[in-house]
Ligand binder design. Structure first.
Ligand code: PNS
Length: 159
């Protein structure tokens, strides 16, 4: 059984994330999406809401499991016998930090990181930008799945 994890904050999941998860799900038998909990960062969506959205949009792949985790990514991997982390690289600007994390994670536990070049359609896309544009009434319907758009509309209406 070949397993990999796609980790992130996913606040909320975007079409860019979904593209990477879809591609990982073709390469591996089982893909975990790890919603990493960062208590220092208050998100727009609660962890359970993020998990629910990701489960809905990845259900069609058939081999994706979504979980949250509070701790080191390498411990998530160790506990589930996952040897590989799959990450999207949007641009050279992502590379510095991603390389540091990949080297740190490999040094900590031997886990490998595989970088997948982001689909150029999404190379500018981030959850933060989606939230900012949506908060000011901009159209993000081409950047997130329809149920995420709905969740954003509802959440931003409330605030
Ligand atoms: O979506 P993000 O916020 O860019 O994802 C970053 C994330 C969550 C993948 C990264 O911060 C992470 O792995 N956090 C878990 C804690 C950890 O293992 N830190 C050491 C990284 S070398």
């Amino acid at each position: 059984m070949r397993r990999a994890v796609c980790p992130g904050s996913f606040d909320p999941i975007t079409n860019g994330h979904l593209d990477i998860i879809a591609r990982a799900s073709k390469l591996y038998d089982e893909v975990y999406v790890a919603v990493m909990i960062n208590k220092a960062k208050k998100g727009l969506f609660e962890i359970d809401e993020r998990i629910d959205l990701i489960r809905q949009v990845t259900a069609e792949f058939g081999n994706v499991t979504v979980e949250s985790f509070h701790g080191l990514l390498v411990d998530f991997c160790k506990q589930r016998d996952i040897p590989a982390i799959v990450k999207g690289l949007r641009a050279v600007s992502d590379f510095d930090y991603e390389l540091q994390m990949a080297q740190m994670n490999n040094g900590l536990s031997g886990v490998e990181t595989l970088f997948v070049p982001t689909n150029p359609t999404y190379s500018f896309l981030s959850s933060s930008l989606v939230k900012e544009v949506a908060a000011w009434g901009g159209d993000v319907s081409h950047l997130v799945p329809p149920i995420v758009l709905q969740a954003l509309d509802q959440r931003l209406k409330k605030d």
